[in-house]
Design a protein around this ligand. Sequence first.
Ligand code: HEM
Length: 507
Amino acid sequence: MDMMPFSIDFSYMQRVVILLCVVVCTFKITSLLMKRSNMVRHLKSFPGPPAHWFFGHALELKRDGTEFEKTLAWGVTYPFAFPVWFGPFLSILNIHHPDYVKTLLSSTEPKDDIAYKFLMPWIGDGLLVSSGQKWFNRRRLLTPGFHYKILKPYVKLMADCSKLMLDKWEGYSKTNKLFEVFGPVSLMSLDNIMRCAFSNNSNCQNEGGTNMYIKAVYELSDLINMRIRVFPYHSDFIFYLSPHGFRFRRACRVAHRHTEEVIRKRKEALMEEAELERIQAKRNLDFLDILLCARDEDHKALSDEAIRAEVDTFMFEGHDTTASSISFLIYSLASHPQHQKICREEILQVLGDRETLDWDDLNRIPYTTMCIKESLRLYPAVPGISRKLTKPMTFFDGRSMPEGSYIGVGVYSHHRNNTVWENPQVFDPLRFLPENVSKRHPHAFLPFSAGPRNCIGQNFAMNEMKVVIAQTLRRYQLMADPARPPKVAARLVLCSLNGIYIKIKPL
Ligand code: HEM
């Protein structure tokens, strides 16, 4: 009698398919194991914190705002560099010393294919993620978009946007209650980049979050953030089948439709006007004009897809980063009234009877500029940068990593490395006095990265920070509650898990 509860009869084809699957899986697992053992061999010269064989360090780097404390502590024990494992097969060599960082950032090694890959369905193969000759040509074409002549008229747009935000803060100034700043600052910076990049008065600060495009941009940032953190979502297949993947595709469609529409309308308008000089006589040139009029060496214009990728890249890079930097700057000055006072005196002296800074004033506020830099040191909006090596890389001390390795610059821990910065946790703007800067390694301070892939928008961002903080300090006294410090965490940009709260008093 047959004791088997059931039996499965495989056809010949089914057996072949199963066999093939087994062969492919075995091949994949073997190649992953070989890659791992190769990596472990190379990482022997880089001692680091003990890792679980399967989870690596994933269990220790929790998402509860303690991950930076962990990496800072590891940085003290393992100077220069240490490996971090995410699961059994993925390791990133975390570097946090200027001599190491110099080697990596002076190279033209491409961005990693993990985090940056998740951005691509939205921002395409634009300047931030592209590599090689394509990146080089694009960077050359876009650099004129950040010339001072283009940036100069933006100062007025920046002032208009921050005035709108500060007007809304009048209510808080009367109640003496704590309020959260990241939300309104983020809307303001989005409004600002929309005005500068598209000459589009989005009105998003007054719409109470109803603008479809703005909603899509927020949703995309959130979902990409989540995808980086949720390991199974690293698989395109699983992510796209999930409800989050569905929302992501929908938000991408909304964002792309909006950008395409803006480009189409501008193209039509440009056809009538034809030349940049003629447009400039009528209104400010914006990034979109620069993109539409850019020509390569064969006088060929950028394709519509390329223009869309660059506009979406500016929208992504140009709003969250500045929002994070401005919010932490406001918090830093609220927590350090002595520095806030000096900045205010300096700003009021430059402003006289005027409400806002002009272009020429931007270089006349050295103390405020040092406070901005110190805030960017303690709270770098881009807390990590990474690359995947296409060839072996040897560092200054002779240690090296092979082709295919991932190397990450932990900007947050780099800026708090106690072998480079004295009392690194202390807010001390005088570190940025020229005589102190000249004593430091040129790669010690990296809020905008360094080398060929540094931030193309850094002057734009610095101008925005100066304009906003000058207007804020002119109108309000900022106060922090020591009982409510931000829980700093790395998301797409540096953020606070419990918000950034301050109180204000009218002046
Ligand atoms: C305080 C604000 C900002 C900070 C802290 C910041 C920081 C950075 C950093 C660290 C990088 C290098 C990223 C990497 O290597 O992976 C970068 C690249 C870039 N940033 Fe910014 N950024 C800011 C504002 C802006 C603005 C306002 C724009 C545009 C309007 C912009 C556009 C870009 C672009 C296009 C790249 C890629 C450049 C290239 O690879 O050639 N950024 N930024």
